[in-house]
Design a binder for this molecule. Structure first.
Ligand SMILES: [Zn+2]
Length: 243
């Protein structure tokens, strides 16, 4: 069992109280999470959280600790309804799905420019609400991004010249096998949920790996690809019956 800690919706406005607590926790257990940063957050709901000054200096400090900084969309505004036609069949609204290749490329490159101005290196991406179409992947590749932290499977896999690092479950629990990537939304957590998260970290910290270690698990074995496919169908089926 290996665990990669992914935090979503990291931006100037967020639940900084729990972010500070998370940082202490990660430092104590030498955990290197992956942080999904929204470069130009315009999401009204997310903007309702407290703002911290010098955000980009803080991001730089996180990167210098060996934490992985990833790009989580551009402005986190949803434009289109996917009607379950998105690449991973999540359904729901999307910042990218259905936009033209040029529009998607422009958004991604404007986002990357913000990171560049702040001297933050970016090599990976994950879209708000897990929603992509084929143009999203084209736009990412044109922009030099070949890693996506999303998808189905128990190990990272290569598809369409992109390394996908799977992210399967919304709830925090840890499977006894494979690589599992969390999806933590501090903004939606109360103290009770955070304590549970803290407890799981303390119990499982020896299994928590860095993003580089996760990338090293990349597998092109046929058996692993077959398992990834089965997980894809199982999870889509599970979502269908629970909807
Ligand atoms: Zn998000």
């Amino acid at each position: 069992m290996k665990i990669l800690i992914r935090f979503d919706d990291i931006a100037e406005n967020m639940n900084w109280r729990l972010m500070d607590k998370s940082e202490q926790l990660f430092d104590r257990y030498n955990i290197k999470p992956i942080l999904g940063i929204i470069p130009n957050n315009q999401d009204k709901e997310l903007k309702s959280y407290p703002k911290r000054e010098n955000f980009w200096k803080i991001v730089k400090k996180w990167q210098s600790k060996g934490w992985e900084i990833s790009m989580h969309g551009y402005n986190h505004l949803y434009h289109n309804e996917t009607g379950h036609k998105d690449y991973f069949r999540y359904g729901g609204k999307s910042e990218f799905f259905g936009e033209t290749l040029i529009d998607q490329k422009n958004k991604i490159q404007k986002g990357l420019e913000i990171f560049k101005q702040n001297k933050i290196k970016i090599r990976s991406f994950f879209a708000p609400n897990h929603t992509y179409d084929l143009n999203t992947f084209k736009a990412l590749k044109i922009s030099g991004i070949h890693q996506v932290i999303d998808g189905y499977g128990l190990k990272p896999y290569l598809n369409n010249e992109i390394i996908f690092v799977p992210q399967l479950f919304y709830k925090i629990f840890f499977m006894p096998f494979g690589l599992q990537t969390t999806q933590i939304h501090l903004n939606m957590m109360g103290d009770k949920e955070f304590n549970k998260f803290q407890f799981l970290i303390k119990k499982n910290y020896q299994n928590i790996i860095s993003y580089d270690e996760a990338l090293n698990l990349l597998s092109e074995r046929i058996l692993d690809k077959f398992i990834n496919k089965i997980i894809y169908y199982l999870l889509i089926f599970k979502r269908k019956i629970s909807n």
